[in-house]
Design a protein around this ligand. Structure first.
Ligand code: ATP
Length: 303
């Protein structure tokens, strides 16, 4: 199996700050890997190390089975990236900026520019001076540049930042298509779990420089606690009925919460019990723990 990204024991500190601490990543080809962490967790530093933009103190990086090292060594023709707010030439239009990038990247296909303009929804801004673009559109231009040479691997630092909610969805769909239709491997960082959880096939959580958890999309789903939320007109009576039936009942905010599998998986049974006891539910719902809460729980809530 060819790995798209492989790091071993990657570490980098700035003075007394250990920004990245022994991070070993293995991202398989075709994966969409969500790299999650709070602000300052070490995402950007890791990404810079992946791209050979900083020199790690220890550890190695391989992209697409080639070593990344000093003197610009790496499979850069196959890698597209966007790190932090992308720099643009403000005097040049969007199209001209892309033309400069095309020549820099040695992309011979001139049609590539119109293709990425279309992909990123930049058509109506193509002849605008880049300095006048909104943050979100400058961001799109950065992404367009990353896609210009049709990379096999995309490494993106916070691709959703600066975009409005519709823009976030649009970029998510674009990335999903690139992965699904063209087999592009995507490594993307975010500090917002819900921004990546719908797209990612795997999620790695970095906290204080350490990779503290790695989950497949299904595992993540399974790990998130589910509970049955019950509302009735008479909570005390309902509590007594459910406790009497052997359920472990927790008090929520004007609701009762049941976390056991036999409740979560059989809400109809719980409803029947309550109806028969004369305490019919006015609301009965299985709720999954908010992903943000899960994230905070995992990282100790010390955001
Ligand atoms: P954010 O989401 O805020 O960008 P991040 O997860 O990308 O956060 P990094 O930018 O990698 O985090 O920073 C990790 C730690 O390293 C932080 O404590 C940061 O202050 C520190 N750091 C990063 N770059 C430098 C630098 N050039 N000089 C000094 N400290 C740095």
């Amino acid at each position: 199996m060819v790995l798209a990204i492989e790091t071993t024991g990657l570490s980098k500190s700035f003075g007394s700050v250990q920004a990245v601490d022994s991070v070993s990543l293995r991202v398989q080809r075709g994966e969409i890997y969500g790299f999650l962490g709070l602000n300052g967790a070490g995402k950007t530093t890791t990404i810079r190390a992946l791209l050979g933009m900083i020199r790690p103190e220890t550890g190695t990086v391989r992209l697409l089975d080639q070593p990344v090292g000093p003197h610009g060594r790496g499979p850069w023709r196959q890698v597209g990236h966007m790190v932090e707010s992308p720099a643009v030439y403000p005097e040049l239009t969007v199209r001209e900026n892309l033309e400069v990038a095309r020549r820099w990247q040695g992309v011979s296909d001139r049609g590539a520019i119109e293709r990425v303009i279309e992909q990123l929804g930049l058509r109506q801004y193509a002849d605008r001076r880049s300095g006048t673009l909104s943050t979100g559109n400058r961001h799109r231009l950065g992404l367009a540049r990353a896609l210009l040479h049709g990379p096999d691997l995309l490494i993106l630092d916070e691709p959703g930042s600066g975009l409005d909610p519709a823009g976030v969805v649009e970029i998510r769909e674009l990335l999903g298509r690139l992965a699904g239709e063209q087999g592009v491997t995507i490594f993307m960082s975010s500090h917002i779990l819900t921004e990546v959880d719908r797209l990612a096939t795997r999620i790695g959580i970095i906290h204080r420089g350490r990779l503290i958890e790695e989950l497949g999309a299904r595992q993540l789903e399974a790990l998130r606690a589910r509970k049955l939320v019950v509302r009735t007109r008479d909570l005390a009576q309902a509590r007594a009925v459910l406790t009497g039936a052997g359920f472990e009942v927790h008090d929520g905010d004007e609701v009762l919460l049941l976390a056991e599998a036999r409740a979560v998986e059989a809400p109809d049974h719980v409803a029947t019990l309550l109806v028969n006891a004369g305490a019919p539910p006015t609301r009965l719902a299985v709720e999954q723990e908010n992903l943000e809460d899960y994230f905070l729980r995992l990282t100790g809530g010390d955001a």
